[in-house]
Design a binder for this molecule. Structure first.
Ligand SMILES: Nc1nc2c(ncn2[C@@H]2O[C@H](COP(=O)(O)OP(=O)(O)OP(=O)(O)O)[C@@H](O)[C@H]2O)c(=O)[nH]1
Ligand SMILES: [Mg+2]
Length: 194
């Protein structure tokens, strides 16, 4: 299994646009605000504070790139679906996310995060469809698994599958608190970069 030995913040971008990149493959985390994208990056890299985390939704407001093992990039994106921001700000964030997907020539896979405790929302469904239309492979990560019992997980995964039109084996339950799902996700990264 892949080991992450090096992780470093590279840059924050408001638009990927003309960013030259480093020619390295990219794997990006997307999902609702507060779903745990930044926490997941920290857990994968075993580095608290590498990506900024907050209890308040809307923490990540730019495209943040992290270089991993001098071979690929993890990309932390702003969240969508955060009710407490203006319509204009929402548009700007969605534009930033979609702009990134359109502009980057290096994207190899998206990690689409969905909170295991809630049904996928309309924006999650739209994101899954958008990624399918773009032809970008994605893996669904069910976050905050530590907050559910085994029986609850048994119910929530089918709900996510129905909403996002994926198969149960395509959903990785994950917890930044316990590290559950970390190895499975590292295997996905390894297979993606192979
Ligand atoms: N219990 C638990 N809490 C988590 C987990 N992952 C994230 N959190 C908490 O959820 C909150 C949001 O986490 P972030 O990683 O900042 O979420 P984000 O998706 O990056 O949010 P935005 O940047 O606002 O889009 C923080 O209080 C985290 O500590 C998890 O696996 N388990
Ligand atoms: Mg974040």
């Amino acid at each position: 299994m892949m080991q992450i030995k090096q992780a470093a913040f590279v840059t924050s971008l408001a638009a990927y646009g003309k960013y030259p990149g480093r020619g390295m493959p990219e794997i990006a985390a997307v999902g609702r605000s507060n779903v745990g994208k930044s926490s997941l990056i920290n857990t994968l890299c075993s580095r608290n504070g590498l990506a900024r985390v907050s209890q308040t939704p809307g923490k990540t407001r730019l495209i943040n790139l992290f270089e991993i093992n001098q071979t690929f990039m993890l990309v932390d994106l702003p969240g969508y679906g955060f009710a407490q921001v203006s319509q204009q700000e929402k548009k700007r964030w969605t534009g930033m996310i979609e702009g990134y997907f359109n502009d980057t020539p290096f994207l190899k896979r998206v990690l689409l995060l969905a909170d295991l405790r809630r049904e996928p929302g309309q924006e999650d469904v739209m994101m899954a469809n958008y990624l399918r239309a773009l032809g970008v492979p994605f893996t669904v990560v069910g976050t905050k698994a530590d907050k559910l019992s085994g029986a609850q997980k048994g119910r929530s995964i089918p709900a996510i599958c129905r909403g996002l039109l994926v198969q149960p084996w395509e959903v990785i339950p994950f917890s930044s608190e316990t590290g559950e799902g970390r190895d499975a996700l590292l295997t996905v990264l390894e297979d993606t970069l192979r």
